[in-house]
Structure formats: structure tokens, C-alpha cells
Ligand binder design. Structure first.
Ligand code: G3P
Ligand code: CA
Length: 248
């Protein structure tokens, strides 16, 4: 069923439950940010999947978390220094390849909402926002995807380019005024680490018409805090366990 990210949030809100997000897919059971990991998260019933995006040396949008290849692949060095074709020759774990973003979008369309984190810190990829919006438009995926970032100016830029896109700002601290941060960035979703959330943050964001999406909720303490604060979406590395625990 095709459903916009906005509608998914509204539906979950009406049902009184948070959306479940597979953070990098289902990395507890499969190599993170690979097609196998994303397929598994979808099979487990996640409402959303999250992925991390960089640009290759030839300007392709590729899905990998780190700026470097060393931790998650058998390659070395910076993602930005290699062409997409060469990146695709690497092993991203258990024989999986580094996905191209369009593959992940095509997988998600009609099944789950896709949350795309653009890694514009500390390296800035010139023109990434325009490339991303063009791809989402070409694939008819603008309303089924959200874009999030720790780089709030990049989110502001995306708002100016594509008003229909759901946008989220990532945050590690508890700000004085999260509603003002949302407004300045033109964002819809305030997305802190779960430990930087409190009930007042949730009510401040809701009063401003926004949603709260927290990461990375992997243990009992984090689950209990989410049940108390009631954010709108919860991203986890362990969707098989955390999904039932949150809903139970
Ligand atoms: O979903 C947000 C979260 O993914 C941000 O941190 O480092 O896991 O990409 P990171
Ligand atoms: Ca991420």
C-alpha cells in the first residue's frame, strides 16, 4: 500500500503507537545498510527503514554509514574517493554490496517509509541535496521518504527546494526550544537521541505541529523511557525484539 510518511505518522498517532523504524535496516541480524538488512526490517513489520547516504567520486548516491570504508567493508579509505562502480566491488558483509540509494528507494516504495540520513558532516558533499530531490522526484518517492540530518542548514536547503518533503533534524542534546529549531530548519520531525528526550520536549514539538522520532532504542531502559515519553517514531538496531516490546 502506498502511503506518505506524513500519513504513516498520523495513522500511528491515531492508533496511539509509535512508528517502528529499522535503523540501518535490521543490523542486529544482517550487515548494516545492506539490501538484506533492509529486506529483513520490512519482513519484520517495520513501518520505516533508515539508511545513511554519501556521494561517490562520480557523484552517485550510495548507502553506507561511515565516511570511510574500513569498518563495514573490505575496502579502505574515504567513500568520496571511489567511484560507484568500484564501491560496488566491495564486500559490505556476508557478500552484500554497498547499495545505491535508488535500489533502497525502489525496495521501500509501497512497503515502508524510507528515512534517508544525509551525512553532510564533517565532509560536505556539494550538490547532494539537489541530486537527492531529483532522484526522489524521478522515482515518484517524494512523499514516501523523509530526509534527516545533523547538518541543519542542509535540511533548510531541502525545504527551500522541495516543500512536499518530510524533513527531520537530528540532535544529540536537549535544546532550550526544540520548536524554534524545527522552525528555523523548516523541519517536520525533531529527532534526538532517546536520552535527550523528555516529556516536555515531546509536548513542545507536538504543540508546534511537529513529530518526535528517537534513536537508537536498543535496550530495556530506552524502551521504558519511550513508553513514558511517547515519541511518534522509534528507531532501533534490534527491530525483532524492540518492536514487540514497544507494542506489548
Ligand atoms: O536515525 C538517526 C541516527 O541514525 C543518527 O546517528 O550515527 O547512527 O547515523 P547515526
Ligand atoms: Ca543514521
Amino acid at each position: 500500500m502506498t502511503q506518505s510518511i506524513h500519513a504513516r505518522y498520523e495513522y500511528a498517532h491515531d492508533e496511539g503507537r509509535p512508528l517502528l523504524g529499522g535503523h540501518r535496516g535490521n543490523p542486529a541480524q544482517h550487515p548494516e545498510n545492506t539490501m538484506r538488512s533492509f529486506r529483513s526490517a520490512i519482513d519484520l513489520g517495520c513501518d520505516l527503514i533508515e539508511c545513511d547516504v554519501h556521494l561517490s567520486s562520480d557523484g552517485r548516491l550510495v548507502v553506507i554509514h561511515d565516511h570511510t570504508l574500513d569498518r563495514t567493508t573490505n575496502g579502505q579509505g574515504l567513500v568520496r574517493d571511489m567511484s560507484a562502480a568500484d564501491l560496488r566491488k566491495l564486500d559490505a558483509g556476508e557478500g552484500e554490496k554497498i547499495p545505491l540509494l535508488h535500489e533502497v528507494i525502489e525496495l521501500a516504495l509501497g512497503k515502508v517509509g524510507l528515512v534517508i540520513e544525509i551525512k553532510q558532516l564533517p565532509i560536505v558533499y556539494e550538490g547532494l541535496e539537489e541530486k537527492l530531490v531529483n532522484m526522489l522526484r524521478q522515482l515518484g518517492a517524494v512523499e514516501e521518504c523523509a530526509v534527516i540530518s545533523f547538518h541543519h542548514p542542509a535540511i533548510r536547503r531541502l525545504r527551500d527546494i522541495e516543500p512536499r518533503l518530510q524533513l527531520g533534524i537530528l540532535e544529540g542534546a536537549r535544546p532550550i526550544d526544540p520548536a524554534r529549531m524545527l522552525k528555523e530548519a523548516g523541519a517536520d520531525i525533531f529527532s534526538p537521541h532517546w536520552g535527550a528526550m523528555d516529556p516536555e520536549v515531546v509536548s513542545q514539538v507536538h504543540a508546534a505541529g511537529g513529530a518526535v522520532g528517537v534513536w537508537t532504542v536498543d535496550d530495556d531502559a530506552a524502551i521504558a523511557w519511550c513508553r513514558y515519553c511517547r515519541p511518534d517514531s522509534v528507531f532501533t538496531n534490534r527491530p525483532a525484539e524492540v518492536g514487540p516490546a514497544l507494542r506489548g
